[in-house]
Design a protein around this ligand. Structure first.
Ligand code: DGJ
Length: 331
């Protein structure tokens, strides 16, 4: 009995001390491709994700993955972009087998935006119905009154009847929001303006270009819209493209591959997912991508890199270890 208690005591002490240790190692930089732990020392599981800044806090929403399965949408919070606290499962698959989000469905590339009029946090995800591979090609919408959720699933649909796979959301300066999505078996990239409550697409929905692209990440700087996309090669990396336009609905001009550094022509082995405008800093954006591990999706890594504007061109250079101080440098 005594022996058992002693062993249990030692185990508890070891577990306690290791998590305390994990909590104490505060991070102050971004190391793409390495394993990222949350403040409890657990591996961060938030792939294909997006960020939202609210109340001086960043919220990071991403796919919770098992080895191959999709397990919903996780959310983490941070005050500094380096140290992330796990907030829980923001959107859970449903136990109800008749639900569109029944366990076994695929939830990919979740993005959350805040609607000032309705005071709701609105999540959109690429949804595939359970047991149907990638055939359903739908978008799903969920809402919450708090950023960490849990979110309530509202509905899923094909926007204006169009197939909808890889996607992103974008809120323009006037508060209008847009859904950008790969359609027609990924041949088309489309953009739909959302209704004022951000819950549905309007019929202002049109083809941006037909070039077989996915993983869209859209941002705006000094009145110009920038769009980073990948090719369509499943989980395998390929070459990124940058398009620009002075108007969201186009015409979009192909600029080329904005990546530089080792393995740049394969997007450093990764794929775009989001571009984060850094609040309070002009011309300051962070490129976010995933380095997928198709053999064990939960082990996929994160690639976050500073976006540089050099002679009016967007340049995304591989940097091993960096932090926000990078943006204070001239040049
Ligand atoms: C590429 C997409 O960008 C990912 O989100 C995922 O759908 C994979 N294809 C599946 O092969």
């Amino acid at each position: 009995m005594m022996k058992k208690a002693l062993i249990a005591g030692i185990l508890a002490w070891m577990l306690g001390s290791s998590s305390t240790h994990a909590q104490q190692t505060k991070k102050s930089s971004i190391l793409s491709d390495s394993i990222w732990l949350d403040t409890q020392g657990q591996v961060i599981n938030a792939h294909g994700g997006g960020l939202l800044y609210q109340h001086k806090t960043w919220y990071w929403y991403g796919e919770k993955r098992g080895r191959s399965q999709s397990e919903g949408v996780n959310v983490y919070s941070s005050k500094d972009l380096y140290n992330w606290q796990f907030e829980g499962l923001a959107l859970s698959p449903s136990q109800d087998t008749t639900s569109d989000i029944a366990e076994g469905c695929l939830m990919e590339r979740p993005k959350v935006i805040y609607n000032k009029k309705t005071k709701q946090y609105v999540m959109w995800v690429h949804l595939e119905l359970r047991g149907r591979g990638y055939a359903a090609a739908r978008a799903a919408v969920a809402v919450s009154s708090t950023p960490a959720g849990p979110f309530t699933f509202l509905k899923s649909f094909r926007p204006n009847g169009n197939m909808s796979r890889d996607m992103n959301l974008f809120v323009d300066d006037d508060g209008s929001a847009y859904h950008i999505y790969s359609s027609d078996e990924n041949m088309d990239l489309r953009l739909a303006k959302l209704t004022d409550d951000y819950l549905s697409p309007t019929t202002q929905d049109s083809l941006l270009f037909r070039r077989q692209r996915e993983a869209p990440a859209l941002f705006k700087n000094a009145g110009l819209y920038y769009l980073i996309t990948s090719g369509c090669t499943g989980w395998a990396p390929n070459q990124a493209s940058l398009h620009t336009s002075s108007s969201l609905f186009g015409p979009w001009t192909l600029v080329g591959d904005p990546m530089t550094g080792p393995n740049a022509n394969k997007t450093f082995g990764g794929q775009s997912t989001y571009v984060l405008p850094v609040p309070g800093k002009k011309n300051t954006f962070i490129y976010m991508g995933d380095r997928w591990n198709p053999k064990d999706l939960k082990d996929s890594r994160y690639q976050w890199l500073p976006i540089q504007f050099k002679d009016g061109q967007v340049v995304i250079e591989w940097v091993d270890n960096w932090n926000l101080q990078q943006f204070n440098k001239k040049g």
